[in-house]
Write a protein that binds this ligand. Sequence first.
Ligand code: G6P
Length: 611
Amino acid sequence: MCGIVGYCGEKGAREVLLAGLRRLEYRGYDSAGVTISAKGRLITYKKEGKVAGLEAVLPPDFDGPAGIGHTRWATHGSPTDINAHPHHDSTGRLALVHNGIVENHAALRQFLEEQGRTFRSETDTEVLVEYISYVQQREQAALPDALRLALGHIVGAYGIVMVSSDQPGELVVAKLGSPLVLGVGDGEMLVASDAGPIVDYTRKLVYLADGEIAVLSSGSYSVFEWASNTAVIKAEQEVDLSLAAIEKGGYPHFMLKEIMQQAESISDAMRGRVDTASGKVTLGGINDWLDRLLDADRMYLTACGTSWHAALIAANYMEELAEIPTRVEYASELRYRRAIIDGNSVVVAFSQSGETADTLAALQKASGLGALTLGIVNTVGSSIARITDCGIFIHAGPEIGVASTKAFTAQVMVSLQMAMLLAQHRGKSPEVIAAIMADLTRLPELVSDTLSASEGILEVAGAYADSSNFLFLGRGYQFPVALEGALKLKEISYIHAEGYPAAEMKHGPIALIDENMPVVVVAPRGRTYDKILSNMQEIKARHGRIIAVVTELDSEIEKLADHVIEVPTVHPLLMPLLTVIPLQLLAYHIAVLRGCLVDQPRNLAKSVTVE
Ligand code: G6P
């Protein structure tokens, strides 16, 4: 959801901003723009479309000691050159990039128009910069003070970076609700929506908190809290984020790289936490809160998108292993619903980015109601990681492809560990846990075996790349996998796809089945295997085309299905970690065959920081 980058220092801003915008493009790619302050003037270029389009129109001598850049995911106003950021005030002395939403933009626009100010774009961001300019003029204040006074009248969420022609080497930054991180370099300062654009230049990071304003100049910075106007001393953190981890590493797309990394990312999610020899699980991030977790009378798992699918699997783990009543809720629903949450509840948020606005809001509500909040998050230093009482990082490494893959499997892995740990403390399910432990040692190898089936899936993808619809069916632990398979396909290939519990097919979707409807049936051997065989008969009887994901050597299903994709045999609770892989690959190959932009599907964003 919109990427922001800013630079001031000895190097010249141009290259840092462009490289940063390329790194941030996963957050939004409707338009891109840069402003550089040079020789007492602010010069801006902005362009609808991707960063490459912006780069193509920049003159060779466009450079200067400070600048700001933005890649946009449109909220207010369509993705045009005019609506692209940065936005200037009407005097041309201030430029601003913004991630978030100004909720009272209409009232402010009207007020400013009454003051004789004019607007060029339809955006809430132009209203913001114009209002700051108005306050600065009225108060005759320096920019940080004007910003402080103006923010008192802004309702909404923002990460803002500003540059002014009056202080050409300086950036002024403010944060409320949208992430911003500072990079402290040698003779230079950076700011960005995440660490990606910064780690090329410095590993020393400062995470801004909500309500803070920072003033950056080459090599130094100061931070203050705008409401109280008091200085804040920030802790600097050294990050260990390798560049290789955020580059494509030889793969044509980040999504494929991230799918193929899953043996490693699943191992990383287990490392130091699961001792298969002793059967012991240790989760340092929740240790101090174990008593409250064990005393809880119910658990809510909340998330959006793919993370919600991981939470569905996690809820099954929690009830099956630990016997704790658990509900799963879309964060966007939970935040507005009257839920029975109190001091005896635990609310667990699942989030790759740790920045999803709805998930954050659901957590804030839960905290307000006295619940213990816990984050299952990938991004260290993210808002969710910081506001939760406790949590478990999934350690999947940076995920850049907009369609989430390795974060899903790592979330499932971590939630399984949590369920096992709680079950052990409650004296529940020892035999099941022992059986899972026995299989966990070979899980990374089984994931690798599943991944090496990629060639066969390419063939299946070729047979169905022109389809208009897809149905995905699964039962029990495979139902969320079916949902995830359908989501992956629609996100990146734009084929309409639905996930259903297999037995529900007869209550509706069966009406859609004919020879043009490919049905992916996730049917590993297990509790409901026979039932799913009957569902497949029903599909066949209506001439549907079946792509079955099965356990190896399943001759029964081979007779019924048009295509069979095998996964190795593993404990049923670990099976979702294998069966989801062919579905990720199927979506990937179909999208590539259809010529879609796999890593940056239309209209989507990696991190959704607005409601
Ligand atoms: C967006 C992304 C999805 C992601 C969802 C939740 O829609 O495109 O891939 O699953 O947000 O994001 P989170 O970072 O909270 O897991």
